[in-house]
Design a protein around this ligand. Structure first.
Ligand code: PLP
Length: 390
């Protein structure tokens, strides 16, 4: 092992876990909530000398930015480097000629969630976890299940709400199971939590699992290295918003290493039919209440139809307000138009949750909140494994 890898030390090396709310610092461990205030935790490191390495596996290329003590915990076949390129035709059509797309639909299971699966499993191996329980709106569980199938020492149990079964691709397998529960993603998460407690199994904490965010972050570090300038605006569709938090952490780290020179604005987008965070943002609120909850979310952008984002929204509010960003929504018609434009002008066939970014940029440009000279990076987080474009 080269010296710079060894210098990261034993399990987790010189990393600490810091609370995003009260800044308390803990030793790196597999805990997901701050013992003082229940806030979300994130791994931190001085990043002294951290740099991208020349390797085609993204996790190895960005090993210096991951809370892993050894690259041996990684599985090279889970993710791949994806294209990030200017989209001048689409950009011109929506009033932002400096548009760049990061095409995460090229990941093996079709979404950026493969990034999360790779790092979650590596961190689990580092901490000796061999069996876990999880839930998602579909794409995270699909990615995690594939990663589990590749590791003969790993087992997982996934739960999903009945409305989201078609979003899951978790084939029957001796080491992975999918249990469908009546209700939504929120009901499935509650069931997963109970099952994990009853069976004494590790629960993957979703948004609060910092390893997920460390994996998702790599799409952004990779994009920044592929771009020839720092983006002014970064855009992503949000469900829990863990991808957005991951993006923000990636940008903070690249500011620390000097790879970028300023923090972009973060623009987050939901579908209008299920947009509690966008509504709260418009009203200037930092909290979501029970009245904001949407019990049976409906819409085209199935991957981001989360009816209860209360535990996550304050983190998104903070990022939007600190960076001069916003949380917005896009209508069904705008999503359909955006997806069609992506296909016709750029040859990119992505899902509605990804196309929502283009709808948001188009609306913000039309309203004069994104200038014609802005460089805008949109994360096309995935493609659909099921639906056909409307
Ligand atoms: C394709 C796609 N895009 C975006 C998201 C947003 O996820 P989150 O905000 O939880 O990171 C998801 C979540 O499942 C997704 O599958």
């Amino acid at each position: 092992m080269p010296d710079d890898e060894k210098s990261k030390g034993g399990a987790g090396g010189t990393y600490t876990l810091a609370c995003l709310c009260c800044d308390v610092e803990l030793e790196l461990a597999l805990v997901y909530r701050c013992p003082n205030c229940s806030g979300a935790l994130e791994p931190r490191h001085t990043l002294r000398g951290a740099a991208r390495r020349d390797h085609e596996t993204p996790e190895r290329a960005y090993f210096d930015f991951l809370p892993l003590s050894s690259p041996d915990f990684l599985d090279d076949g889970i993710t791949r480097r994806t294209p990030c390129r200017p989209a001048p035709d689409l950009g011109a059509a929506i009033g932002v000629p400096g548009l760049w797309t990061k095409d995460e639909s090229r990941q093996p299971t079709g979404t950026t969630k493969d990034r999360l699966a790779s790092v979650v499993l590596a961190v689990f191996r580092q901490f000796g976890i061999k069996e876990f329980v999880g839930s998602s709106t579909g794409n995270s569980s699909t990615a995690l299940a594939r990663a589990v199938r590749r590791d003969p020492a790993m087992r997982a149990h996934f739960f999903c709400g009945e409305d989201f079964v078609t979003n899951h691709d978790v084939p029957d397998h001796a080491r992975t199971s999918l249990t469908v529960v009546p209700g939504t993603y929120v009901d499935a998460s509650a069931k997963a939590r109970r099952f994990a407690a009853e069976q004494g199994l590790h629960l993957d904490a979703g948004f609060f699992n910092w390893a997920r965010r460390e994996g998702l972050k790599l799409a952004y570090l990779e994009a920044l290295d592929q771009m020839d300038r720092t983006p002014d605006v970064v855009v992503q569709g949000i469900s829990s918003g863990m991808g957005l938090l991951a993006a923000h952490k990636g940008m903070r780290e690249y500011l620390m290493t000097g790879a970028i020179d300023r923090m972009p604005r973060f623009l987050m987008v939901q579908e209008e039919s299920c947009a509690p965070a966008a509504t709260a943002w418009r009203q200037g609120r930092r909290e979501l209440t029970a009245a904001d909850r949407i019990d049976r979310p409906q819409g085209l952008a199935t991957a981001i139809l989360l009816g209860d984002g209360a535990p996550y929204y304050p983190y998104l509010y903070d990022i939007a307000s600190q960076t001069g960003g916003a949380v917005v929504s896009a209508s069904r018609r705008e999503l359909v138009e955006a997806r069609t434009m992506l296909r016709e002008l750029e040859g990119l066939d992505v899902c509605y949750a990804a196309a929502a970014t283009i709808a948001a940029v188009r609306n913000e440009a039309a309203a004069g909140r994104i200038g014609e000279d802005a460089t805008v990076l949109v994360n096309l987080t995935g493609r659909s494994r099921t639906d056909v474009p409307a």
